[in-house]
Design a binder for this molecule. Structure first.
Ligand code: F6R
Length: 364
């Protein structure tokens, strides 16, 4: 049931504070401020390398996880889309953990990659939203997201719930690897528990984003830029826009702009910049200036400090709450989802059933 919402996608975007809280609730102990993962028959502390494999939006969640696992736990991570991984004869050494991320738990390429990894001696962890799915059944470690059924073809709430689980896993891995102290773990848990409120604050910008959608709807091409763990969000924003509004969009690491895509920039190409303030903000600001110097129109998604510093001269700004970097990817998912949604509505496309797409890709 869509209730007061016009589309399932819209309803699912607005469910995120609730379902992320539910998901975090099963991985975080509130009183002890500690991460608790389900029982497993192997020791995470012994894992020497993690291979993350997924498709589409779930792959972008995996890409954020790579930043986190390497930064916090100092565990090397390989990352691949399932359709490449399964055919490239990847090197899978003993002691490896293969992690598969999937809303449906049935995506054909991801499932085949799981079976390949299992046959090559990897321990199998899965982050899935359907606990009765094939991937859930075949895993050594089942990490469920509690997003509830996702009906809209474009994945939204499953993505932020995947990020919530992966952030908890990153903190736990860091603790068992001796890279995070108990105090640091408590701090990470506290920040994760702030995510639902921060998601609500992000959702409060729905009307502003709806109001700016008509500025983006006529574009033929749109670029999304981000850095670090927010770079996958740029890719996710571009994917959401193309799949439901049929506007060509690309996500780039901000620093890659000058290596090619800047040639595309003119007044007709909106550039959506995802940039929470922080140590790398200045670098992104200079990338924005390069865009503006070529007539490009920038939509800056940042926090109050970022907008105060760099908002002038932008086509539009969208102010996110000021959050800890660990939860920024969850929070910044909201404006890119809402932007894609409102642009699609402005264009009159079928938001919940975009052309040529299936909810679950069970063919190769
Ligand atoms: C994008 C989208 C797809 C899926 C991809 C993987 O909005 O929904 O890109 O993310 O098909 O599906 P799952 O997560 O079910 O394996």
């Amino acid at each position: 049931e869509k209730g007061r919402f016009r589309h399932f996608m819209q309803k699912e975007i607005f469910e995120q504070p609730t379902v992320v809280a539910q998901t975090l609730g099963s991985y975080l102990r509130r009183v002890e401020q500690q991460v608790a993962l389900p029982q497993m028959d192997f020791a995470l502390a012994d894992v020497r390398r993690i291979t993350i494999v997924a498709c589409g939006t779930s792959f972008y969640a995996g890409m954020v996880a790579k930043y986190w696992f390497e930064q916090f736990a100092r565990v090397p991570v390989d990352l691949d889309v399932a359709s490449e991984f399964r055919y490239r004869n990847p090197v899978l050494e003993p002691g490896g953990l293969a992690l598969f991320i999937s809303q449906s738990g049935e995506t054909a390429d991801t499932l085949a990659a799981l079976r390949h990894s299992k046959a090559h001696g990897q321990k199998i962890a899965v982050v899935v939203n359907v606990p009765t799915s094939s991937m859930a059944r075949e895993a050594d470690l089942l990490l469920s997201t509690h997003a509830g059924p996702e009906i809209g073809v474009a994945s939204t709430k499953a993505f932020t719930c995947q990020l919530a689980v992966l952030a908890a896993v990153a903190a736990h891995l860091a603790v068992v690897k001796g890279k995070m102290t108990r105090e640091e773990e408590q701090d990470a848990v506290r920040h994760l528990l702030e995510a639902p409120a921060a998601l609500n604050a992000a959702l409060a910008h729905d009307a502003d984003i709806a109001a700016m959608a008509p500025l983006i709807a006529p574009a033929r091409d749109v670029l999304y830029l981000g850095r670090g763990p927010d770079y996958p969000l740029a890719l996710e924003g571009a994917l959401k826009l193309k799949e439901i509004s049929y506007i060509h969009a690309e996500g780039y690491a901000s620093g890659e702009m000058k290596h090619g895509p800047i040639a595309l920039i003119d007044e007709a190409v909106p550039v959506i910049v995802l940039a929470p303030s922080g140590p790398l903000f200045e670098k992104t600001v200079s990338n924005m200036q390069e865009v503006r110097a070529r007539g490009g129109k920038v939509v800056l998604i940042s926090d109050a400090a970022g907008i105060a510093e760099a908002g002038e001269g932008c086509l539009a700004t969208i102010e996110m709450p000021t959050v800890h970097p660990l939860i920024a990817p969850l929070v910044y998912a909201v404006p890119v989802q809402l932007l894609a949604y409102h642009v699609a509505v402005a264009k009159g496309t079928d938001v919940d059933q975009p052309r040529n797409l299936a909810k679950s890709v069970t063919v190769e």
